[in-house]
Design a protein around this ligand. Structure first.
Ligand code: BGC
Length: 763
């Protein structure tokens, strides 16, 4: 096939076996189901009620059994041919459980009625449970299932203000819980949510036997739930966020709704477990700790040892299935750095591994390694060296276990005699004011900030001589011309064209890039993610809806993420698109952020690893992956104009860290900047972030795109190394800047070159 044939001609070339479609294929749907089951976290299981014994009779309460939320809203919606809900999932297990249909049909009618009245999925209240049905249900079954569901979407955050109950149960949900727990001996709670919610009402409630975190599991989420409930799959998911007792326990809550114009990241590096496990008295606020998750079987860890090999520490551990059911276990490795001049979190995740499915009695030896330098902290006050990663002298302890709380210190300590500067960085993106930042003891300090001169970068691009003959891009691909020579023949107007998004081709709906016919530059198309390939169903394409990112992260299974990356990339390719706007890896800073479901975790290490696995899977198919939203897009309210005010240390250690891991490990071809500002500068116009940190310090070689319809000025974005403005450029703005001399032709060439390099990489 000719280079760029799919981009140029949008041929009908299915990628499945025997030329069948791979998009929404049975194989991909089964992968989605497997992933959904593997991300499920068993939180409570009193008397081993789960898995249900064969012949169990159940009555299901709650709209979520019908109105199952497969994923969140906005650009993250994936249009699949169907969504299997929990009722349907359990009905497929008729040989194992018997469902009280009359109750489920009551909910079905209610839900359909709500849809008819214009209600949206996941966004309407629970009806009162009719007493007669409750009595009949009680007659029929002695086990009740309660489904609690939550929905959120980009461009807005959820609230807890009585008009919108996100974190807490609504009054109607409380009434349902009470009615059900009063009537049934066994109660199982299923949480179909996209972010952390209150867990106290079942964790500390003896009337609830079992609780299962289903997340939003994609198109087969209902069947995956049933797979786990009947024991066809042993749950092996582990939490990627801390469950706190109240919303106010999360340190970000205090200022979350303070202003639409800014967010002060006052908890600094003490996000998630770094706060709960470190700050005195906060451990008691935790219901379920980070990394927690039960199984139907039991595991023992033995032969835990560690050694140093060059600049890495290698932990080895043997995991044995000591129970009577097959299952997988996740081993997590944490470290604690010595508190010296810089405050340190009590624990930080630095490695993990998951076993294969172990049959009872079977063992597996796992090796988990991490770089000693990964234990360094960013010194933003110049205690040892300003803006450097430093390892302070002292003892570094290592903890191994199956969640952060139960991880035990191992018999190996890394000792450093002198403070060591690991990497001297630059004081980029520093805040101009930070009146409050948290210390390890929970008190706050004022961060003195000097006014900073923002750095300016010049790549020293020299325009090549204009060639004597005209070259097409394929000539560059074939080695007949170099890229600089190719670029030299483009007029300023043609360069400006390349720096903006281009019209949709084929089934694409989020615009494309390239598209300069005269020079044979193909139109390459983008499509959304991250939970699957987003194509408007009116175009006739139904893709596979995978579980949301948080659910995938709970699998702690990097191979699985890589597999999903590959599958999504194939669906992108089959539909003649080239760029999948995936993965998204902002940090779960507050349970109320409308986009949490699209993101992985409160922990940057885990987020970075998950994103890297996805990128590796996607790019193995010659499809461009686009980690987003770089960076600090942790709130959706006024997202295009909200300023994230954050210390240099929290930026480096928490909010940029996942991107750094992903960039260094997986080399994505593209990165999407965020809408928001960071310390007064728009992410899309942030030369220090893009040319300074991303390119100069991390060695990133790919291109950068804006998020869609940013409020940034195009010439400033281009000058800052944000190569393309999507979904279309502001050509007048670039022309004027060229005329005024605030932007040079060389700067246009630098951006155009990166865009063309991305296109040249495509097949
Ligand atoms: C979202 C991005 C998305 C883009 C294109 C924006 O609203 O923030 O994540 O990729 O739209 O749909």
């Amino acid at each position: 096939m000719e280079k760029w044939a799919r981009a140029n001609y949008t041929p009908c070339l299915p990628l499945g076996d025997n030329r069948s479609l791979i998009t929404g294929s049975e194989a991909h749907i089964q992968l989605a189901r497997k992933a959904a089951a593997e991300g499920i976290v068993l939180l409570k299981n009193k008397n081993n009620l789960l898995p249900f014994a064969k012949g169990t009779k159940v009555a299901i309460f709650g709209c979520g059994q019908i109105d199952y939320v497969k994923g969140g809203g906005g650009s993250g919606v994936v249009h699949a041919l169907y969504t299997r809900n929990i009722y349907q999932g359990l009905k497929l297990k008729a040989d194992h459980v018997e469902v009280f249909d009359a109750l489920s049909l009551y909910y079905q009618n209610y839900v359909e009625e709500q849809y008819k009245n214009g209600a949206k999925i996941g966004l309407f209240e629970e009806p009162e449970v009719p007493n007669t049905l409750l009595l009949q249900a009680k007659d029929f079954a002695n086990t009740a299932i309660i489904v609690i569901r939550r929905y959120s979407s980009e461009a807005s955050d959820r609230k807890n203000d009585g008009t919108d109950d996100y974190f807490y149960l609504s009054d109607a949900e409380k009434a349902m819980l009470e009615a059900v727990t009063d009537s049934f001996e066994n109660v199982v709670v299923l949480l179909n949510v996209g972010a952390m919610i209150d867990t106290t009402w079942f964790a500390y409630n003896d009337a609830v036997s079992s609780a299962v975190m289903l997340w939003q599991g994609g198109m087969e989420g209902g069947l995956a739930a049933a797979d786990v409930l009947v024991g066809e799959v042993t749950p092996s998911g582990k939490l990627v966020d801390t469950c706190a007792k109240t919303f106010d326990d999360y340190p970000s809550s205090e200022g979350f709704h303070e202003s639409a114009d800014y967010v002060k990241y006052t908890e600094d590096i003490f996000v998630g477990y770094r706060y709960f496990e470190t700050v005195p008295g906060k451990k008691e606020c935790v219901v379920y700790p980070f990394g927690y998750g039960l199984s139907y079987t039991t595991f023992a860890l033995s032969k835990v040892a560690a050694c140093q090999n060059a600049d890495r520490i290698i932990v080895s551990v043997t995991v044995t299935n000591t129970g009577r059911i097959s299952g997988k276990e996740v081993v997590q490795v944490y470290f604690s750095a010595p508190s010296g001049k810089l405050d340190k979190p009590a624990r930080e995740l630095c490695g993990f591994a998951k076993t294969k499915e172990l049959v009872p009695g079977e063992s597996e030896e796992l090796y988990i390694s991490f770089a000693i330098n990964d234990m360094a902290s960013l010194d933003d006050c110049g205690m040892i060296s300003k803006s450097a990663y430093v390892l302070e002298k002292g003892e570094y302890h290592i903890y191994v276990g199956t969640d952060i709380r139960s991880a035990k210190e191992i018999d190996y300590t890394y000792v450093l005699e002198v403070d060591t500067i690991i990497e001297q960085l630059h004081p980029y993106m520093t805040p101009e004011r930070l009146d409050k930042r948290m210390k390890a003891d929970g008190t706050y300090e004022i961060l003195e900030c000097k006014p900073v001169e923002r750095a300016v970068f010049d790549w020293g691009y020299k325009c090549a001589d204009k060639p004597e003959r005209m070259y097409r891009l394929v000539d560059v691909a074939e080695g007949k011309a170099d890229l600089d020579t190719f670029i030299a023949q483009l007029t300023d107007e043609e360069l400006i064209h390349l720096l903006g998004g281009q019209p949709n081709h084929g089934v694409a709906g989020t615009s494309g890039m390239g598209s300069l016919e005269k020079y044979g530059i193909p139109p390459v198309m983008t499509t959304d993610g991250p939970a699957g390939v987003r194509v408007n169903p009116r175009k006739g394409v139904y893709a596979t809806a995978f579980p949301v990112a948080t659910a995938l992260a709970c699998s702690w299974n990097l191979e699985l993420l890589e597999e999903i990356g590959r599958a999504g990339a194939l669906e992108t390719k089959e539909n003649n698109m080239q760029i999948w706007l995936t993965p998204a890896l902002n940090i779960h800073r507050s349970p109320l952020c409308g986009r949490n479901f699209e993101y992985y975790s409160e922990d940057p290490f885990l987020s970075g690893k998950m994103a890297a696995a996805m990128v590796n899977g996607i790019q193995s198919q010659n499809i461009v992956a686009v980690p987003k939203h770089f960076a600090c897009n942790n709130k959706e309210t006024n997202r295009k104009n909200s300023d994230s005010i954050v210390s240099e240390r929290a930026l480096r250690e928490i909010y940029l860290k996942g991107f750094e891991i992903c960039v260094k490990e997986a080399k994505p071809k593209m990165i999407m900047t965020a809408y928001n500002l960071i310390n007064g500068v728009r992410a899309s116009e942030n030369a220090e972030m893009l040319d300074g940190i991303l390119r100069s310090e991390w060695g990133y070689k790919g291109m950068v795109t804006t998020d869609w319809l940013t409020l940034g000025e195009h010439w400033k974005e281009a000058k800052a190394g944000n190569d393309i403005k999507m979904p279309r450029g502001n050509n007048d703005n670039l022309r004027e800047a060229l005329e005024e001399g605030t932007l040079s032709r060389e700067e246009l060439c630098v951006c155009a070159k990166r865009i063309l390099e991305m296109i040249l990489w495509l097949e």
